[in-house]
Ligand binder design. Structure first.
Ligand SMILES: CC(C)(COP(=O)(O)OP(=O)(O)OC[C@H]1O[C@@H](n2cnc3c(N)ncnc32)[C@H](O)[C@@H]1OP(=O)(O)O)[C@@H](O)C(=O)NCCC(=O)NCCS
Length: 371
């Protein structure tokens, strides 16, 4: 997230909301500042926030999937009068706090390496990787090096996929989300609407899917990793983050905010987001096992849901642009589907700092991990 004066109010209110989410529990969210060693209570030269998040990893040349940690880094900021590389230095030093001490040597000219007291270390377990979502392009974060010269947060331009499509008014005015009996959930076209109460069940389905995703990857040359959808707070985070700000409640769903839809093994999580996303846009934060066969009925359901609350566009990241799913999406008439790569400033580019091996790959870069 980018800090700027124009959005100060939204940022502060979102930060306030975030402090109450599960993600921030147990000091999961921390604020870091760079100060002079000789004057720790003095001026702040730069700051950032980290979110401690559980993750899954299949290490290089290993077969098993193991639990690990990662950190999402956000709100990187240098006070205007100190913009001389202090923000970059904070992130360079931070690698040596977040990662197990087997990184390249801490450069002598940076002084003594940072150290945490054992009690602090309990709150900041070693991580396999950390990531940023850059709104200032890819170069700045890649130069937040690990040691003198190992690339910091690497943005792979080809992985910043996005797809936009049009939400259309439903053709069938009479259609509705039917319930099969009193107390039953809403359904349409066999899609079950998901609410907060469904999240624990859905999260464990998503975790299993994420593990399968890793199992199927080759680790001969490098590790592969993903955030754990079951980890405290991550999956709810996009949804809860999206609640900052005033919205029309969803009338057809008893005014309760839906979190996604499910049909069989296929899960599609979505949210209305905050100031970083246009007000008329529905974001799909996470899909699992979505195929081109699911697409027509899924889009019908999203049309009906979205139109009720003034949504006109949909936005999704992280789909393989060569997949049959994406090609079918592009071929749908009237949807004005646009497939491309996020580029430049304000493009929310995922940059990954790899602490296990330099070739490690974050296999899932959908929108749900955008902080
Ligand atoms: C981005 C920021 C933290 C950098 O502070 P810093 O590390 O002290 O860096 P400096 O301002 O001295 O600039 C250092 C380098 O970063 C680059 N940089 C600074 N701001 C940049 C921006 N908005 N976009 C792209 N590059 C930028 C500079 O060009 C410079 O590059 P160089 O070393 O290759 O010459 C600071 O400009 C800031 O606080 N900006 C507002 C908040 C923000 O945009 N945060 C990032 C959110 S993703």
């Amino acid at each position: 997230m980018r800090l700027d004066e124009e959005h100060e109010h939204e940022i502060l209110s979102r930060r306030h909301e975030e402090a109450r989410t599960e993600l921030a529990e147990g000091h999961g969210a921390l604020n870091w500042v760079l100060v002079q060693r000789s004057d720790p209570e003095g001026q702040i030269y730069a700051g950032c926030d980290t979110y401690r998040i559980e993750a899954l990893i299949k290490r290089k040349s290993k077969e098993s999937i193991e639990d690990t940690f990662c950190y999402g880094i956000t709100s990187v900021y240098t006070p205007v009068q100190h913009r001389k590389g202090y923000g970059r230095h904070l992130l360079r030093v931070l690698h040596y706090i977040l990662a197990r001490p087997r990184l390249p040597a801490f450069p002598l000219e940076w002084g003594d390496p940072p150290a945490l007291a054992p009690k602090q270390r309990e709150l900041v377990p070693w991580a396999s990787f950390s990531f940023v979502c850059s709104d200032i392009g890819s170069e700045y974060y890649s130069k937040c090096t690990i040691g003198d010269s190992s690339e910091g947060f690497a943005v792979n331009p080809l992985e910043q996929n996005e797809l936009h499509w049009k939400i259309l008014p439903p053709e069938d005015e009479e259609g509705s989300f039917c319930r099969h009996g009193p107390g039953d959930d809403h359904r349409e076209d066999d899609w079950l609407v998901l609410y907060d109460k469904d999240l624990p069940r859905i999260k464990s389905i998503l975790r299993e899917g994420q593990k399968r995703n890793l199992e199927n990857r080759d680790t001969v040359d490098h590790s592969v990793f993903a955030l754990d959808p079951e980890a405290g707070g991550v999956c709810d985070f996009v949804a809860q983050g999206g609640e900052t700000g005033v919205r029309e409640p969803w009338p057809i769903l008893d005014k309760v905010e839906p979190r996604g839809v499910q049909r069989g093994d296929t899960v599609v999580m979505f949210a209305r987001y905050d100031y970083q996303v246009p007000k008329d846009t529905l974001i799909i934060s996470f899909v699992q096992k979505l195929t081109s066969d699911d697409l027509p009925s899924l889009l019908r359901v999203l049309d009906r849901l979205g139109t009720e609350v003034g949504l006109r566009n949909g936005w999704i990241w992280g789909l393989d642009p060569t997949s049959e799913l994406v090609r079918s999406w592009e071929a749908l008439p009237g949807r004005n589907t646009k497939v491309g790569l996020r580029q430049g400033n304000d493009a929310h580019l995922y940059g990954i700092a790899r602490y296990e091996d330099q070739g490690g790959i974050l296999v899932d870069q959908q929108m749900w991990i955008w902080l």
